[in-house]
Design a protein around this ligand. Structure first.
Ligand SMILES: [Zn+2]
Length: 297
């Protein structure tokens, strides 16, 4: 009897260990280029979908981007768990690193989230949809199951809906039009604000797409930006340019929590890796945002 009980106990322990290891939580990451943390705070009453996502999860508007506070640099950081000094992309539109990357992954890029998913979970379905061609040079395209440079916003929801039917592990949707409005009309201008509200509508549609898909209640939705802005630009060292919003909600995420811990843009990647149960490379310096995660995550 005693032996049987020992076997049973060990068996249950092994089973729970296996289920803990083999239970990745899929992630949909929505990125909005140029949506500064300051504007996110100012406009919050007019961002019903993002506000709902914040209430359902954990968020901050005090995350910092890396320097320089510009696009390619920060998208690379968000997708590869590391700051500028390690991935080596240094200008807004870098298509290859100006500083040699500290390490080269097997997909011809500094190791990123798509590469480590492919390496550690070869059967996983992943997708990347972006309306700025610059993203193409920052992701390990050979490691992505479906990658598309979208030509119109109308494509984004149907593409995501189709991807959600394929039991994806990770989807990245990039929206670039806020940054365009900022450069043309100024950060904080009526046109910029309208672009932020339109982004909120897109977030609402993407949330609905998840709710109406097989991924309902199984997927974490994240929202983040790469940098803010001031006047008609960014790239400098003011907090208006460096401060960005970050929101995550879904299974394994604490509800209605304000993340007060210090967080950096490259911590997003480490948080995604933790949710997906993939091991981050030694070269990454990101840390999972544990203040927003349930204890068993
Ligand atoms: Zn940008």
């Amino acid at each position: 009897m005693k032996i049987k009980r020992v076997f049973l106990t060990v068996g249950v322990a092994v089973c729970s260990l296996v289920s803990a290891i083999a239970a990745p939580t899929p992630v949909l990451l929505i990125g909005a280029d140029g949506f500064g943390g300051k504007m996110f705070d100012e406009y919050q009453k007019e961002l019903p979908n993002l506000t709902r996502l914040r209430q359902q999860g954990a968020s901050t508007t005090k995350m910092r981007c890396v320097l320089p506070s510009a696009s390619a640099i920060n998208w690379k950081s968000m997708l590869s768990g590391s700051p500028t000094e390690l991935h080596g992309f240094t200008t807004w539109g870098s298509r290859s690193p100006e500083i040699p990357s500290r390490e080269m992954g097997k997909y011809g890029q500094y190791p990123g989230i798509f590469g480590i998913i492919r390496d550690q979970n070869p059967q996983a379905f992943t997708a990347c949809f972006y309306d700025w061609v610059g993203i193409k040079y920052l992701v390990e395209e050979k490691a992505v199951s479906e990658s598309k440079n979208t030509k119109s916003l109308d494509e984004v929801i149907p593409l995501t809906e189709a991807a959600l039917k394929k039991q994806p592990l990770f989807i990245f949707v990039y929206l670039g039009f806020i940054d365009g409005a900022g450069h043309e009309h100024g950060w904080g201008s009526p046109e910029y604000k309208a672009a932020c509200i339109k982004t909120d509508e897109m977030v609402g549609k993407l949330m609905k797409a998840v709710e109406n898909s097989p991924m309902k209640d199984k997927m974490v939705i994240m929202f983040a930006a790469d940098h803010g802005g001031i006047n008609k630009g960014h790239g400098g060292i003011t907090l208006d340019e460096m401060r960005i919003p970050f929101v995550m909600a879904g299974p394994g995420i604490k509800k209605n929590v304000n993340i007060t811990d210090s967080t950096m843009i490259y911590d997003i990647t480490s948080t995604i890796a933790k949710l997906l149960e993939v091991k981050q490379p030694q070269v990454w310096t990101g840390r999972p945002i544990v203040q927003g995660l349930d204890e068993n995550k």
